[in-house]
Design a protein around this ligand. Structure first.
Ligand code: DGJ
Length: 731
């Protein structure tokens, strides 16, 4: 059992393979945080908590003159506002008198093998062998509020899944004005950096690292989706941590809506980190007997740097978060018609594309935007999920049958959460769209947002989508979401409950996704939000493939995929080979390099294959063969970032290794060719030191040599030229 409670000392200890997490219930019933870091056994770590009179601190009524007892200076396991802790709170609760306070003290605990699902929310899963769960109830005697903190320990992966459920066990209505998911207070000062992943449309997941200073540093989203701008995945680390050394902690919110992640260094140099649903414009009415479930946060720890951290967290997500057959199976190699045709297609053009696709070995055609209503550009018809017979005279069923006759599967694009002002749906149901009476809606890409919290909206979308999935025998849908939310007001809620709209929206999205997956368990859903605008652990629960960016330029993709690799499994990353000059950047890169980059993720093509030369077709055929042979390594192997793809100037290199260390691939893309260049070399990782590996040219090296002395490559020439080297361990 990875969870221990010492009754005598009132200490809870969670042990994973390489980490220890410890809390203590103090003599006043505060649940205090002792330690989270590299593994320590048989030790009560509460000596790290040193209560002191910090001068004019707030003391609770039961302090009885003890000025060292203050929630403001003690490391809290779940912080609240109103009773003396002035740092960032997890919980703000307003009672019927208007007062905001919650004084949480220890009540009881339960430990059990396994893990329960979270009501209506995505969450990590596991059976009794994989995970143990600790639940701790904290109570506020005055209001009757109970907070259940849950810690599910996946020891093998060094992951603890934390969440909080808030119950109203009192007699009056309570209003939650914030309800975050987790708090981590370090009792002793340490010099820490934070790594965040900021971005923009077509430039997602840029890693930024900075030292934490006094004050608060936050990334967040108030856009309704987790957003490309900041990601709900961050890392804290020792200031000296590197890819291969040092303590680091990952925090990934299993949620796809508004969020905050905030680190605060306080007056006595200690760190508080909090994460959860963004409190701005959030409120939730909690009637007596009701509860509110805050989303889960995945905590992962490594004392060997970011490389081990990513491999643990990403391996964990593939085993215990991603679901369905594509967790382990290869996703079909697809061609998407978006960059091939945009809105300008008819059945003939699509079938020509399909024939070429089949010829080169592609397995599925994905029909993107523009197949429905009157949609010939992006200004109309969202919501009218009825096929446009001018483009597809035999409907989707007929078109799908033609694809299947060619030997291809059929995938289809939807943007379910949206409605165009010019659409039949808007005419029929203007109230289904989020809007503020008396105020004209703000549009973005000429579209408005449906109120996904409404059951009528969910019903309509389920009926339309499931009908089409069945009728056209769809193997795949691309679920797009192309705008941030404004006018967030729902007709279903009274004025004083409009703070619930944002969260109810996401719950509605999750409910529809879940319902579709229950109805069609084999369906592959690729999530997309103008590219990688909703790439988060929440979506991974429904969607084993996420379109990483609308930027298909291979050289830019190296950076985006590098950023993603810190917190998201490579297999989940939708990645396509597109045409040159690239549509987003105008850059030209060799076809091999474009393929090598796309093979990092769930591989596909997004180009007009009818325009290819015979030589290019041959190359593509070979790429597809190669990917079919190598996909397990690329997608399920250990992944190592050998260079800093966002800052290194000359080349980018990465490596994948099979679980048993018998095969490794090194990939390198030359960013800037140089005359009379210094030797290109990289140090490999994750090999067996004492084994001998042979590369595809027959040269032999020991694992130790490749990892310590490194691999030295012959000179390379040409813009963005690339190389892949395979190493096989000799018996
Ligand atoms: C945005 C997506 O990211 C693209 O791949 C494409 O599907 C367009 N939407 C279609 O409108």
């Amino acid at each position: 059992m990875s969870i221990n409670y010492c009754e005598k000392e009132r200490v809870f200890t969670l042990q994973t393979q390489n980490a220890t997490y410890q809390m203590i219930v103090d003599s006043h019933g505060y649940l205090l945080h002792c330690y989270y870091g590299a593994k320590i056994e048989r030790q009560n770590l509460s000596y790290c908590i040193q209560p002191q009179d910090r001068g004019f601190a707030a003391n609770p009524p039961d302090a009885a003159g003890d000025r060292t007892l203050s929630p403001d200076t003690l490391p809290q396991e779940y912080s609240t506002f109103g009773v003396g802790d002035f740092r960032e709170s997890c919980l703000d609760v307003r009672d019927k008198n208007g007062g905001v306070a919650a004084d949480l003290r220890y009540g009881s605990y339960r430990i059990y093998p396994g893990k329960k699902p979270l009501n209506g929310l995505p969450a990590a899963y596991g059976n009794e062998k994989d995970v143990d769960t600790l639940e701790i109830d904290l109570r506020d005697e005055v209001s009757g509020l109970v907070v259940t903190l849950r810690y599910s320990v996946f020891a093998q992966w060094d992951v603890i899944a934390r969440s909080a459920e808030i119950f109203n066990r009192g007699t009056g209505v309570l209003i939650l004005e914030r309800a975050l998911s987790c708090c981590l207070d370090e009792p002793v000062p340490a010099s820490r950096d934070i790594l965040t992943f900021y971005g923009r449309h077509m430039g997602e997941r840029n890693l930024e690292r900075m030292p934490l200073r006094h004050g608060k540093f936050r990334v967040d989203s108030m856009r309704g989706a987790s957003s490309p701008h900041y990601n709900p995945f961050v890392i804290l680390c020792d200031s000296a941590a590197t890819e291969t050394a040092g303590n680091c902690w990952a925090f990934s919110l299993v949620y796809s809506g508004n969020f905050i992640a905030q680190a605060e260094v306080d007056q006595i140099d200690t760190l508080r980190f909090v994460m959860g649903i963004a409190p701005q414009n959030f409120s939730w009415e909690l009637k007596p007997g009701a509860s509110f479930q805050a989303p889960e946060v995945l905590l992962c720890f490594s004392d060997y740097g970011f490389d081990a951290l990513s491999n643990r967290l990403n391996g964990f997500q593939m085993q215990h978060l991603v679901r369905g057959k594509y967790r382990t199976e290869r996703c079909p190699i697809l061609v998407n018609n978006w960059e091939a045709t945009y809105f300008d297609f008819d059945e003939e053009r699509l079938l020509a594309l399909a024939r070429e696709a089949k010829e080169v070995g592609i397995e599925m055609l994905v029909l993107d935007d523009g197949w429905f209503g009157e949609r010939n550009d992006d200004t109309t018809s969202l919501g009218d999920w009825f096929v446009n017979r001018q483009k597809l005279p035999d409907g989707l069923a007929g078109f799908g049958a033609k694809l299947r006759a060619l030997g291809l599967q059929f995938g289809l694009w939807f943007e379910p959460e949206m409605v165009s002002p010019i659409s039949c749906l808007m005419e029929q149901h203007p109230d289904w769209c989020l809007h503020i009476p008396g105020r004209e809606n703000v549009t973005s890409r000429s579209q408005c947002v449906l109120d996904m919290g409404l059951s009528a909206v969910q019903e309509y979308l389920f009926e339309r989508m499931s009908g089409l999935i069945r009728e056209a025998k769809l193997a795949y849908i691309k679920w797009d979401m192309n705008r941030s939310i404004t006018n967030a007001r729902s007709m279903a809620l009274p004025p004083h409950r409009q703070g619930e709209v944002w969260h109810r929206y996401i719950l509605g999205v999750y409910a529809l996704l879940e319902r579709l997956l229950n109805a069609f368990p084999q369906l592959l859903i690729e999530s997309c939000a103008s590219g990688g605008g909703r790439y988060d652990a929440g979506m991974l629960y429904y969607s084993p493939q996420v379109w990483a960016s609308d930027n298909t330029d291979a050289v830019d993709r190296l950076k985006i995929q590098y950023g993603n690799s810190f917190g998201f499994p490579m297999k989940t990353m939708g990645s396509h080979v597109s045409v040159c000059p690239n549509h987003q950047t105008g850059r030209t890169a060799p076809l091999e390099t474009r393929a090598l980059t796309a093979m990092c993720g769930s591989f596909g093509y997004e180009m007009d294959l009818t325009q290819l030369s015979d030589v290019e077709k041959k190359q593509i055929k070979a790429q597809i063969e190669l990917f079919k042979h190598q996909w397990q390594l690329h997608q399920l192997g250990e992944y190592h970032r050998l260079t800093d793809a966002q800052n290194d100037r000359w080349f980018t290199a990465w490596q994948v290794v099979s679980e048993d260390k018998s095969v490794a691939l090194v990939q390198l893309v030359l960013l800037a060719p140089r005359a009379n260049a210094p030797v290109l070399s990289v140090r490999l990782r994750g090999l067996q030191e004492d084994a001998v590996y042979e590369d595809d040219g027959g040269t032999r090296y020991t694992g130790a040599a490749l990892m310590k002395a490194g691999l030295a490559l012959p000179p390379m020439r040409g813009d963005y030229s690339s190389i892949q080297i395979e190493f096989q361990r000799l018996l």
